[in-house]
Write a protein that binds this ligand. Structure first.
Ligand code: GN1
Ligand code: MG
Length: 354
């Protein structure tokens, strides 16, 4: 608590207030505390710079967002870090970095409870992209280099697999499946050339939204560390990956794991409402392979990590990354089997012909 008081002294607007401090939330990356005074609440985060190696790039991106975008025009909060007395968003204390955010009241969901929540979530991320469209993406820095570059993730798997090592039958089957995704990589590369770089969130999971308590409105988009230049398909694709799957990413319930077209429809309805006025024809088309691209990326990352001995993702048991890669493989196959059905839904919603 003494340490926290010393950190909070760096924020003059908190001067003279008494506050209480508790650990908060279920985030796995940054340490999070709720700071509560009788009339205000804040979130204090201890920044994890082993996962995010370039804190100054994130601070730069947040600065650009705050300077070039008018956050008050968004229909929900976008809690950027508050600036300390030196005008910085990062506060260094005893060798560690901290950030302070306004607290947003509401609830987070780990999974949707009904399809309307899928629509609301996707709309929020779409509205965000539309709001950010005039902020030059070229001014944003890569907080994690090549984060959603499918081609680069593919090459990384090739490298990891080429290191001499004998593979089991299942490992080999999964590896071969991912290696068979070259056509998807090629389609992605075409969109990388033909689609404009936008400002994207890049981690559009349902639990990165705060809903109002009645769950009928999005109150905030949070987890803004991966905000950077990217393609719209990254944000829409990660929504599909995490919301349209019948099972969570850690599930081994292979027989029940499918892509749910009715949820895809709700996600597209919501996202399209947000981006329709800004999206180019190519961007609209890219939404059709978005789910496949993001699912493939995560499968490639999990499998690479498995082959490298689980150095990036925490695992609860040794084969967990292999199982996550298998989960994403089954989900990707399911999307590919539904391509023509999904295209019909896409045409119905966008009014376009693919
Ligand atoms: C990581 O830690 P979390 O859940 O915010 C990863 C995402 C993946 C996700 C998969 C910085 O996000 O890209 O989609 O795991 N974030 C980073 O569970 O690597
Ligand atoms: Mg995250």
């Amino acid at each position: 608590m003494e340490q926290i008081s010393a950190i909070l002294k760096q924020y003059s607007f908190l001067e003279g207030k008494s506050y209480q401090c508790h650990t908060f939330g279920s985030g796995l990356i940054h340490g999070t505390y709720l700071i509560e005074s009788p009339d205000s609440k804040f979130i204090l985060q201890e920044f994890n710079n082993s996962v995010f190696k370039y804190p100054e790039r994130i601070a730069h991106n947040h600065f650009i967002m705050g300077e070039k975008g008018d956050v008050s025009k968004l229909p929900f909060a976008l809690p950027l870090p508050r600036l300390n007395n030196s005008g910085d968003s990062l506060t260094n204390f005893e060798g560690k970095l901290y950030r302070l955010f306004d607290f947003v009241k509401g609830v987070t969901l780990q999974e949707i409870q009904n399809s309307n929540q899928a629509c609301l979530a996707a709309k929020a991320y779409g509205v965000f992209a539309e709001w950010a469209k005039d902020i030059p993406a070229s001014e944003m820095k890569e907080s994690i280099p090549k984060f959603h570059r499918l081609d680069w993730r593919f090459e990384n798997l090739e490298k990891a697999a080429s290191e001499e090592r004998s593979l089991g039958k299942e490992e080999k089957e999964i590896l071969d499946y991912y290696f068979s995704q070259k056509t998807l990589v090629e389609s992605y590369k075409e969109f990388l050339t033909s689609c404009p770089k936008r400002i994207t969130h890049n981690d559009t999971k349902i639990n990165n939204l705060i809903f109002e308590e009645n769950l009928e409105k999005v109150a905030a988009i949070i987890d803004l560390d991966t905000l950077m230049g990217g393609l719209l398909l990254y944000d829409f694709g990660d929504l599909i990956r995490t919301v349209a799957c019948s099972e969570v990413e850690t599930s081994q319930n292979w027989g029940n794991l499918v892509h749910r077209p009715e949820i895809f429809e709700e996600l597209l309805k919501g996202y399209w409402e947000g981006v329709r006025d800004m999206a180019t024809n190519e961007e609209a088309k890219s939404l059709l392979i978005a789910g496949e691209v993001m699912t493939c990326i995560m499968g490639l990352r999990f499998l690479t990590d498995h082959l490298q001995g689980n150095i990036y993702y925490k695992v609860a048991y040794p084969l967990q990354n292999l199982h996550r890669a298998k989960n994403q493989m089954i989900f990707l196959k399911s999307q590919q089997e539904q391509r023509s059905q999904l295209k019909n839904i896409w045409s119905k919603i966008t009014g376009l012909i693919g």
